[in-house]
Design a protein around this ligand. Structure first.
Ligand code: ATP
Ligand code: MG
Length: 361
């Protein structure tokens, strides 16, 4: 377990005037690097050889460290190199995709922007649900066993990234039929039935608000809102219903991109309160709460109820729609503010005030 004392020791050896912002070369790295450069930081990119074109065409990385695999981040020599470069790491979706929560909290001896302890709350569906419920958010109902299904549910498989293999069912019969088909196709095993998370399907449109919890300003800001462009679910509507039935399509949610959203203004007060409440609850669970970006995954129904089905306590790729600006960042900061830059600004202000350690928990 990496403690505040460990981080303080590492920071003690840093040349803070030469602080660099580093991250893995994927997900939202361009967003992070652009923001870092605009706030005057050097940038360090840990990158796979085949992706270097990205940083040639968009020259935002001052240092490229080539790796075969992102798990090399656990390599002590690589960590030493990052420390020599005075790097603060900005975690994004690829960190949790390639490394386990334990590896991130116990084996990554490089200062990381954010609250490592919250990773445990986020990693597990049950504890995440508890956190969001206690924050007063409305969550889709969950069903203990398939036999309780009395409405449309989404069946989520454990560890299925990007909703791959999720399926819908509206009764115990339809659940077992579809589950049986998945087993036949080798996608699931009989014994997986108990591991499937059954969640009420919230019928509505997806809205993903991205917030920034500032420890330095003691405030939660709404910076951008997006929705996802998912294959194949966003394509199914292009096929006439007759053909849909014939080919028996199931929605899959492989993310291809994101669209910016501007919300109906009357929804904003509730979204703003939700952000505050989630951070306040996090502060109780794992002080000082959320440090930096977080995103709620929500569905808004036709009676304007907001259902939250997930949280990411880090920068999400959806904030890439705001690179340059988003209406909400604009309303608060004027032009040219976005998540990557907001992170860099927080680090800059923390450094100026001698409070860096508070944002590298
Ligand atoms: N309760 C729900 N009601 C309606 N739609 C849902 C619900 N839960 C999930 N979805 C849909 O399924 C998609 C994938 O779900 P979810 O976000 O849980 O998967 P995931 O594995 O966490 O993916 P990612 O890590 O990319 O967020 C969502 O983008 C959303 O469109
Ligand atoms: Mg999700």
């Amino acid at each position: 377990m990496i403690t505040g004392k460990d981080i303080a020791e590492i920071l003690g050896k840093y040349n803070l005037d030469k602080l660099a912002i580093g991250t893995l070369g994927s997900h939202s790295s361009l967003n992070i690097f652009k923001g870092a450069k605009e706030e005057g930081f050097r940038t360090v990119c840990i990158c796979k050889e085949q992706d270097t074109i990205l940083y040639k065409k968009f020259p935002l990385a001052d240092e490229l460290i080539i790796v075969k695999d992102f798990t090399e981040l656990l390599n002590p020599a690589l960590q030493e190199k990052l420390r020599i470069l005075n790097t603060v790491l900005i975690p994004h979706g690829s960190f949790t995709a390639y490394l386990s929560t334990e590896q991130l909290t116990d084996s990554l001896y490089v200062p990381m922007f954010g609250n490592r302890q919250l990773l445990h709350w986020e990693a597990n569906r049950k504890s995440q649900e508890e956190w969001l419920r206690q924050a007063g958010l409305r969550l889709p109902e969950t069903f203990k066993t398939p036999d309780d299904i009395d409405r449309l549910v989404i069946a989520k498989l454990p560890g299925a990234k990007g909703g791959r293999g999720y399926f819908l069912a509206n009764s115990p019969e339809s659940f077992y039929k579809k589950f049986g088909e998945m087993v036949k196709r080798g996608l699931l095993r009989e014994e997986d039935v108990g591991k499937i998370h059954l969640q009420e399907y919230a019928l509505g449109v997806n809205v993903y608000p991205s917030y920034f919890s500032s420890i330095i300003k003691d405030d939660v800001e709404l910076l951008a809102v997006d929705r996802r462009y998912e294959s194949a679910v966003d394509a199914i509507g292009k096929i006439p219903a007759g053909e849909q039935l014939e080919i028996d399509v199931n929605p899959t949610y492989t993310i291809v991109g994101n669209f910016p959203i501007v919300l109906r203004e009357s929804l904003l007060p509730e979204f703003l309160r939700m952000g505050e409440n989630v951070h306040r609850k996090a502060r109780e669970l794992a002080p000082p709460g959320i440090i930096g970006p977080f995103c709620l995954e929500t569905v808004v129904t036709d009676d304007l109820k907001i259902y939250t089905f997930e949280i990411s306590a880090r920068i999400v790729a959806g904030t890439n729609v705001g690179i340059g600006t988003s209406p909400y960042a604009y309303l608060r900061y004027g032009p040219n503010m976005y998540m990557g830059r907001r992170i860099a600004l927080e680090l800059k202000e923390a450094r100026e005030q001698g409070r860096l350690q508070e944002v590298l928990a």
